[in-house]
Write a protein that binds this ligand. Structure first.
Ligand code: PLP
Length: 971
């Protein structure tokens, strides 16, 4: 490589942690001569990709930033009044810099290991408190994917709450026609497969009976109108149904909250609390409900518990509801949600506090009121005179207004040929109103208007004005100066172990580098301030990214078409299964509804299958972890007439490339089924093999695993689906697809999903973070992405080789190699010493590490996935930690350390506990906290000790408690 070629390839060496010298040492430890030999011994020959990936050559970080800046300029930044659930917002710089752009926050993992996640747990508890306070409903979760899916989740939660699994007594759900079109779209998608009957209409005229299980209304509604739903809610309650209210958190600072109106569930988007538009996402949706739903609420709930010392500590509550345990009995497949964005929204409320939030809302309401009155004064009629931030103007024909608006670089919402929507947000100033009102002026007179800055809010009905207080907790009334806020954010960050501290080797989660150059463009206005329903000629930059990324993903998967709409892996599963279902139906095979799912599958697989209206049949595994082909054959044959397909993960969740995979996909095809591949383990395939080569028909990819999008402490994620030609026309659609010029699903000979409904609120899901994966592929190029896979396999096998002397490694292939991850069996220690997987996980914290994946797919084990981004020294530190822990276990086995009072059972050790005057343990403070030398050089302190799980579930508290409870805990 000459000097210039070296520069182009620089990112590969920065992304991949292993140096050439270290590689040789590692290969020696594994016992192979070369990386090629290792790959040959690992990936079966009959599925190997023969050709080099057809991707553009790698470019340097600097070249990429230049390119992505140029592309951003193809997006036109108009002043946007489109609204419809998406509003421009001002992200306070202190939050932008210290949360959104800070790896200490965005590289965190989902807070399963609560003792080293107290910072984000606290922030998510703040989020829940905000939602609960503003909606006046007691239980809130820690975010969902978007407003539309949150509404669909609410519908399905109530449906399952009222109906028994085997008997649907109430199938009808009333949908008020005045809810956002994209919400209706997703509700239609989600209702059909589970036999919910939707009835659309005007809530004022609705006549419900006991065939209805519930209803949904929006507050303020699609046209911005503030309706009084009290009577309607009573009507629904009188027939035994429940009411979901889609709503807006900012509006609720001024409006009587849903809970006080009698609503049972509230949903919506927290986007306008400081989260950039980003052409549709990612944003955090919220969900709150009455107490009776607390065990059915989808997604994650953060709850208050206590630690081993009796101190207050936070954790994810009610985890028994997770899909892993419920599997096909789960009623929701939510796994990744939108934690980072929920944290940003929470910080926005912490920074502003209740008073300033109300001021923001009031400013918007006064500006809207001014616009409304001025437009009316010019002879126009509005469709409602009760509004907060949105008005709809009646016109004879939108064209002249549209032309004038566009001339002034303004986007209005053109609802149809006679209705124009205008939504204001916190970025709008008094000066902006000149141009806005000018759209409705005669083009002769100069625009003049009156604004009364302290005007009464005449358009918010008195009987719907908020009287109750909100956000009274001190956390929302303290950190209002930038110094305070900066320190608050930092104090929480310090409690959390993220990738900027040490490796997070979570099997199946691929916690690789999220490079700064991939992340930086996300903050640029021409990406972050684009509205998802902006006209296509203003979003050429985004469209280029979308088209090119879709094309790259098709090439990587060896498939023909791609939809980037699903905004998590599980959403991708759901979308992919609907694609399979629609394909069968198009051939008259409506009865094909049996989905074969291996026992080792991730819990979201069976949950998604049931949501798609399928029947799950479980396929057994052999002792070596492979799918039991005989069992598969028997089940495929038994269900031949109704076989819809199979869901496989490849390499399997046991971390091996099954040589039998082609046989498996052939069997399913032979019986008329389709093959769905869960792409969570794609980091072991890119450039070496592909779903299209193993015989799959459709797959999802987790861009937040393989393609470098950070996990953000539990989201965002992106779960695009790629498929073969014959499925392309069944990919998700979108109601806004009618917007001229957009190509929704890319590839598939231009076949468009015109008649399909959406799976996500925004046409391209979490569009802004697609840039990260785009950057990853552009900077690595074909060789780099393949090298990433090879080094992921090298790193995993190196660690396996180092650990296998002391630990049992489950499931390797016939050459004794693993794929990109491997499972360490800890079950034997429970028998010999009482030490469980959890003890090892917690003890790793004392060594400065996050635990690997616990008890999935096999209970009592840990699954390690180092990824290609770690260097040898870090891999060695992690191995040294596990080997040292093995020595500690051995000392218990040999009776040298107490079975009960030992460093594992008491782990993790906090600074507070080891510095206390008293130390009554049978091992030293030094052994507790600095078990290896490297720890003395870089100590990470867990902020609480072992958390009591059952206590938190028995006493569910999911909002900030009154200050008195902290005082009591301290006493
Ligand atoms: C094998 C597998 N499938 C599916 C999923 C679900 O993906 P997501 O969390 O993005 O919804 C995961 C998540 O960890 C997984 O490991």
């Amino acid at each position: 490589m000459n000097l210039f070629e070296q520069q182009s390839a620089e990112f590969q060496r920065r992304h991949i942690g292993i140096s050439e010298t270290d590689k040789q040492k590692m290969l020696q430890t594994i016992g192979v001569r070369s990386l090629d030999e290792l790959i040959d011994k690992t990936v079966p020959a009959n599925i190997r990709m023969q050709k080099k990936l057809d991707l553009p050559p790698a470019i340097s970080e600097n070249e990429y930033l230049k390119l992505v800046k140029e592309l951003s300029m193809k997006n036109k930044l108009f002043k946007t009044y489109i609204g419809q659930g998406y509003y421009d917002t001002i992200t306070p710089s202190v939050i932008l810099r210290n949360v959104f752009e800070n790896p200490g926050w965005y590289t965190q993992y989902t807070p399963y290991q609560a003792e080293i996640s107290q910072g984000r747990l606290e922030s998510l508890l703040n989020f829940q408190t905000i939602v609960s306070d503003l909606t006046a409903l007691p239980i809130a979760n820690a975010s969902l994917l978007d407003e539309a899916t949150a509404a669909a989740e609410a519908m399905s939660m109530i449906f399952h709450h009222i109906n028994k699994t085997d008997k649907i007594e109430r199938a009808k759900f009333f949908v008020d026609s005045s809810i956002f079109p994209q919400t209706i779209d997703v509700i239609i998608t989600r209702a059909k497969p589970i036999n919910i009957e939707l009835v659309f209409g005007d809530y004022k005229k609705a006549q419900l009976d006991n065939s209805y299980f519930g209803a949904i209304v929006q507050y303020p509604n699609n046209a911005g109108s503030i309706e009084d739903y009290r009577e309607f809610i009573n009507q629904v309650h009188n027939v035994g149904g429940f009411v979901v209210m889609a709503t807006d958190l900012l509006a609720l600072t001024l409006l009587t909250p849903p809970g006080e109106l009698g609503a049972d569930v509230a949903v919506g988007s927290a986007q306008r609390f400081g989260v950039p538009l980003g052409f549709g996402g990612p944003h955090a949706a919220f969900f709150s409900a009455k107490d009776e739903f607390k065990r059915n609420i989808p997604g994650r709930i953060i709850g208050v518990s206590i630690d081993a010392q009796g101190n207050r500590a936070l954790r994810m509550a009610l985890q028994t509801r997770e899909q892993h345990i419920k599997r096909e009995k789960a009623t929701s497949n939510i796994c990744t949600a939108q934690a980072l964005l929920a944290n940003m929204a929470a910080m926005y409320a912490v920074y502003h506090g209740p008073h300033e939030l109300k001021n923001i809302a009031q400013r918007i309401a006064i500006l809207t009121q001014t616009v409304a009155e001025e437009i009316e004064a010019r002879g126009f009629e509005l469709i409602s005179d009760k509004f907060f931030d949105t008005i709809v103007v009646k016109v004879e024909n939108i064209t002249p207004y549209k032309t004038k608006a566009e001339r002034q670089q303004i986007n209005l919402r053109y609802i149809d040929n006679n209705l124009i929507g205008i939504s204001l947000d916190e970025t709008i100033t008094v000066d902006d109103l000149y141009d806005l009102i000018n759209c409705f002026e005669n083009d002769v007179d100069p625009v003049a208007f009156d604004i009364e800055e302290d005007a009464e809010l005449n358009h918010i009905p008195l009987n719907l004005s908020r009287t109750s207080s909100f956000l009274t907790h001190p956390v929302f009334n303290t950190h209002h100066s930038e110094t305070q806020m900066m320190r608050y954010i930092k104090s929480l960050e310090n409690k959390d172990l993220a990738l900027n501290t040490s490796m997070i080797s979570l099997g199946s989660c691929t916690m690789k580098l999220n490079a700064a150059s991939e992340m930086i463009p996300l903050s640029w206005n021409h990406w972050s301030k684009m509205h998802p329903f902006a006209p296509s000629d203003q979003t050429q930059g985004y469209q280029q990214i979308i088209n090119e990324l879709s094309d790259y993903l098709c090439k990587i998967t060896v498939f023909d078409a791609c939809s980037l709409q699903p905004n998590s892996g599980a959403q991708g599963e759901y979308a992919g299964l609907l694609t399979i279902k629609a394909y069968h139906e198009s051939r008259g095979d409506h009865h094909r509804n049996v989905m074969l799912i291996p026992i080792s599958a991730h819990g979201t697989n069976p949950a998604s299958a049931v949501m798609a209206g399928m029947k799950v049949v479980v396929v057994k595994a052999l002792d070596n972890g492979y799918i039991d082909v005989n069992d598969l054959k028997a089940k495929a044959e038994q269900h031949a007439a109704n076989l819809a397909g199979i869901m496989i993960t490849y390499p399997s969740t046991y971390g091996v490339y099954e040589e039998t995979v082609k046989e498996i996909t052939n069997i399913v095809h032979q019986y008329g089924g389709q093959v769905y591949m869960d792409g969570a383990n794609m980091n072991a395939q890119v450039g070496l093999t592909a779903p299209g080569l193993i015989g799959a028909d459709v797959c999802h990819l987790n861009l937040h695993k393989t393609f470098a999008i950070p996990h953000g402490g539990g989201g965002p994620g992106v779960g695009p689906i790629c498929c073969k030609q014959h499925l392309a026309k069944f990919l998700p659609g979108h109601v806004e697809f009618k917007v001229a010029g957009y190509q929704l699903a890319v590839g598939g000979n231009g076949q468009q999903a015109t008649n399909k409904h959406a799976v996500s609120a925004a046409p391209f899901g979490s569009a802004s973070i697609l840039l990260i994966s785009y950057g990853y592929i552009r900077m690595l190029g074909a060789e780099g992405v393949k090298a990433a896979t090879e080094y992921a396999i090298l790193n995993a096998n190196y660690m396996r080789a180092r650990l296998q002397e002391q630990y049992d490694i489950l499931y390797t292939n016939h050459n004794d190699e693993c794929a990109h991850e491997f499972i360490v069996d800890l079950r034997p220690f429970k028998v010999t010493t009482g030490i469980e997987a959890e003890d090892v996980a917690k003890r790793l914290m004392d060594y400065g590490f996050h635990a690997p994946t616990m008890s999935f797919p096999v209970p009592g084990t840990i699954m390690i996935e180092p990824t290609e981004s770690e260097d040898k020294a870090e891999l060695d530190r992690f191995c040294d930690a596990l080997l040292s822990i093995r020595d500690e276990i051995r000392a218990i086995e040999e009776g040298k350390i107490d079975k009960v009072d030992n460093p594992l059972k008491n782990a993790p050790h906090t600074q507070h506990s080891v510095c206390a005057d008293e130390w009554n343990h049978k091992y030293s403070r030094n052994e507790a906290t600095f078990p290896l030398y490297y720890v003395t050089q870089n100590k990470f302190w867990p902020s609480v000790s072992r958390i009591n799980n059952t206590y938190g579930d028995r006493n569910l508290i999911c909002t900030c408690e009154p200050l008195s409870s902290y005082v009591e805990a301290e006493a």
